[in-house]
Design a binder for this molecule. Structure first.
Ligand SMILES: NC(=O)c1ccc[n+]([C@@H]2O[C@H](COP(=O)([O-])OP(=O)(O)OC[C@H]3O[C@@H](n4cnc5c(N)ncnc54)[C@H](OP(=O)(O)O)[C@@H]3O)[C@@H](O)[C@H]2O)c1
Length: 349
């Protein structure tokens, strides 16, 4: 298969750099184009940005001359987006209107009724929304989104429990500082500390979870009726978000049944062997002190979610802990897996 040229809007930013690294050597996608602000346009990537990730700036990407963020013939049809949220709404829309396929990591369009918000293992069928999107907006292109980094971890852990009837979810997060971009939270605020507030994160987590776990019927998503309550905290960890959650389940499964459902969970990306799909989307660890971000966030190249401590909850029914890599599974890797799912559905043909 000939590799498809792809671009990144917001390619000079923190998430943009994660995209660049994640796309190195990708078997289906070939990075040829980067878009950013006028501050960077016209410069080679290596001169437009400071490389903030481990290792050197990938040599092929380093030489790409950054474009401005306007649709043009030089921009490939498939463009990932890691744009600053303050400008993503209009720019992503302009690209989709001009025929580009935007696979976005930004929050701006996620909750629009005709925009798929996808975790490929959880709700691949919601991709069908793009047809309604193209029809109602008269677009040749489209916008597809992935959720917020903490929501990916929560929905992956909840997906195997959907058949047990999810009624209530209470979740607390311990979110790493890389989730706030660069430079993120000031070191004086986060070192040896916990900050119990992340702007609009709790609302995003509650609403996005209901949309992702909702059901598609008659061309729209009916959100999951379950009530979801999130407490979001920033902690002094570099990479990897941990969530602790209690869940009420209408079918009252045994703890062994819940553990088995998590251990045996597989999705469409695994069936189709998509290039970035983890072989096991969920790994259950029986040790009482796992998962931990330093030990578990990089499982399956950062694309797997690790679950542990599944046990009875005296208030709701079941409680557990989950951990996932926020900038890989929760950002760049999530969007690339979405694009692989879209390719496997023939959406780029
Ligand atoms: N950090 C995370 O872990 C994380 C996780 C999930 C989602 N997100 C979301 O991903 C997006 C990017 O986050 P980030 O941390 O990578 O931010 P960032 O480092 O500040 O990067 C922002 C990018 O947007 C570009 N940009 C800014 N203003 C622009 C304009 N007026 N026109 C065109 N491009 C413009 C910047 O280009 P210049 O370099 O030229 O200024 C840069 O490439 C945000 O929407 C964020 O909410 C982040």
């Amino acid at each position: 298969m000939k590799r498809m040229d792809v671009g990144i809007l917001g390619g000079t930013g923190m998430v943009g750099q994660h995209f660049i690294r994640f796309l190195q050597g990708h078997p289906w996608f070939n990075l040829t184009w980067l878009g950013a602000s006028d501050r960077s346009a016209g410069k080679k990537l290596k001169d437009a940005t400071s490389w903030r990730l481990d290792g050197d700036i990938p040599s092929l990407a380093a030489e790409i001359v950054v474009s401005d963020s306007k649709p043009s013939a030089s921009a490939p049809r498939l463009v990932f987006s890691a744009m600053d949220a303050s400008v993503a709404t209009e720019i992503e829309r302009e690209f989709a209107q001009a025929g580009h396929i935007i696979v976005s990591n930004s929050r701006n369009h996620r909750m629009e009724l005709d925009v798929p918000l996808i975790v490929p293992e959880v709700n691949p069928g919601h991709l069908a929304l793009v047809r309604a999107q193209q029809q109602s907006r008269g677009w040749k292109g489209m916008i597809v989104t992935n959720p917020n980094c903490s929501t990916v971890v929560l929905t992956m852990a909840l997906a195997p429990l959907v058949p047990f009837g999810i009624e209530k979810v209470i979740v607390a997060t311990l979110q790493s500082i890389s989730g706030a971009g660069y430079p993120g939270v000031a070191s004086m605020d986060i070192l040896a500390n916990v900050v119990p507030y992340i702007g609009s994160e709790e609302e995003k987590m509650e609403q996005e979870t209901q949309k992702i776990l909702g059901t598609l019927a008659n061309g729209s998503v009916k959100p999951l009726a379950a009530r979801v309550s999130a407490h979001c905290n920033r902690v002094a960890v570099i990479d990897g978000h941990v969530i602790t959650t209690s869940i009420e389940l209408s079918k009252k499964p045994s703890i062994a049944d819940v553990q088995a459902a998590i251990e045996n969970f597989q999705g469409v990306p695994q069936q189709r062997k998509l290039p970035s799909a983890p072989s096991k989307p969920l790994t259950y660890l029986p040790q009482s002190d796992r998962p931990q971000p330093r030990r578990d966030a990089m499982r399956e190249n950062g694309m797997g979610v690790t679950v542990g401590r599944v046990r009875e909850c005296p208030v709701l029914d079941v409680k557990l802990v989950a951990c996932g890599h926020n900038t890989i599974r929760g950002a760049a890797g999530a969007a690339v897996l979405n694009a692989e799912l879209m390719a496997s559905e023939g959406l780029f043909d």
